[in-house]
Design a protein around this ligand. Structure first.
Ligand code: UDP
Ligand code: MG
Length: 139
């Protein structure tokens, strides 16, 4: 059953490049409500765990280094059809392939440093949200 929630991170490149406010505004303007949010950093342990599914991929080490290189914004978002609509809003993993008007088209530097994370299923949205937030931090 669709939960109408997804999980996002504004990644270190987005924060470093000063795009935090503009990206949050795009998310809110697109109709998402913020149900939880924090400005934080990922430890190496946390980044490894979060991207565990990619552990065998050649970019895994670089991905973990990048995701721990500076602060991120983690958030749980709510909207009807949240997971799919948020993936549409962020665009393809590689900004060169991302549609016009998407967050990654505007703000991603590269396929690796691509500004934003979006959950790929309701199940993962729930797992990822709980990974970052205690029940008392979710509204
Ligand atoms: N990534 C990378 N190189 C690749 C594919 C992915 O560095 O060839 C990084 C990129 O930051 C991406 C993350 O790994 O966002 C997770 O990859 P996934 O395929 O799940 O892409 P996403 O779901 O973020 O679009
Ligand atoms: Mg993914």
């Amino acid at each position: 059953m669709a939960t109408n929630r997804t999980f996002t991170m504004l990644k270190p490149d987005a924060i470093e490049n000063g795009h935090m406010g503009k990206i949050l505004d795009m998310i809110i303007q697109a109709g998402f409500t913020i149900k939880a949010m924090k400005y934080t950093t990922l430890s190496t342990e946390q980044a490894k765990k979060f991207y565990e599914v990619h552990a065998e991929r050649p970019f895994y080490g670089e991905l973990v280094d990048y995701m721990t290189s500076g602060p991120i914004v983690a958030a749980i978002l709510e909207k009807e059809n949240a997971v799919a609509d948020f993936r549409t809003l962020i665009g393809a993993t590689d900004p060169a392939e991302a549609a016009e008007g998407t967050i990654r088209k505007y703000y991603a530097e590269s396929k690796g440093r691509n500004a934003v994370h979006g959950s790929d299923s309701d199940e993962n949205a729930e797992i990822e949200g709980k990974f970052h937030f205690a029940a008392s931090e979710i509204f």
